[in-house]
Design a protein around this ligand. Structure first.
Ligand SMILES: [Zn+2]
Length: 227
């Protein structure tokens, strides 16, 4: 399909988004954000929303919405890692590195390695993402915390990639891609259902006794998602 994008959207617009048919990027207000096209992970994050819409149709609310956001972050960082030829241990695991204006206290929008640590700024506040279910945020805002609780499945992906080592897009990336395209992710998918689907995808691709299947199971246990 055509990959359409609108750039220089609005005036001093402080965001980027997928509108259902195309990517849209603002130039930022110059005080908090610069242009959103400065980060390959942001561009691939928005593109992945198109992929997710046509492969899973995950509802953009609550846990299924956080999974939708997480898929965009996961494939966002994988695109950058592949472009840079980075192995898991050498990658930043940051989404949106380099889009903050000068003076903002932060390195990026989100961190898959250490959710909750991407920024801590007087104006912007502190990165609110949890890494585990212990710190799951119950909220009405942000469509039920879709950009917040995505830290939990994000960190699970990072843990699998970190344990397996090497190029993340070649092993754990395939597991997540198989999961998204395999038909086992319902529109209102919970974290637990998604965890089961990734474990099944790992067994199907790499075998029931594989290192990959064990890594997936272990990662979800570490972030507190019961299978
Ligand atoms: Zn998004």
């Amino acid at each position: 399909m055509p990959l359409d994008a609108t750039v220089h959207y609005g005036e001093r617009y402080d965001n980027a988004f997928w509108d259902g048919t195309r990517m849209v990027f603002g130039d930022g207000d110059g005080e908090i954000f610069g242009r959103f096209t400065a980060s390959l992970t942001v561009i691939s994050h928005e593109l992945t929303h198109g992929f997710t819409q046509y492969s899973t149709n995950l509802q953009y609310q609550g846990q299924s919405g956080a999974l939708n956001e997480s898929l965009s972050d996961v494939f966002g960082v994988l695109v950058e890692q592949r472009e840079l030829g980075q192995e898991a241990a050498d990658a930043s695991w940051l989404v949106g590195e380099g889009i903050f204006a000068d003076g903002v206290q932060g390195s990026a929008l989100r961190s898959l390695r250490a959710p909750g640590t991407a920024y801590d700024d007087d104006v912007l506040g502190k990165d609110p993402q949890p890494a585990t279910m212990t710190d799951f945020v119950e909220t009405e805002s942000d469509n039920g915390g879709v950009h917040i609780n995505s830290g939990i499945p994000n960190h699970a992906f990072y843990l699998v990639a970190s344990r397996l080592g090497g190029r993340a897009w070649e092993r754990v990336g395939h597991i997540w891609f198989d999961t998204a395209t395999g038909g086992a992710v319902p529109a209102e998918c919970t974290f637990a259902q998604f965890a089961q689907a990734t474990a099944a995808a790992a067994r199907a691709r790499f075998g029931p006794d594989s290192e990959e299947a064990a890594a997936v199971t272990s990662a979800w246990e570490t972030v507190g998602v019961d299978r």
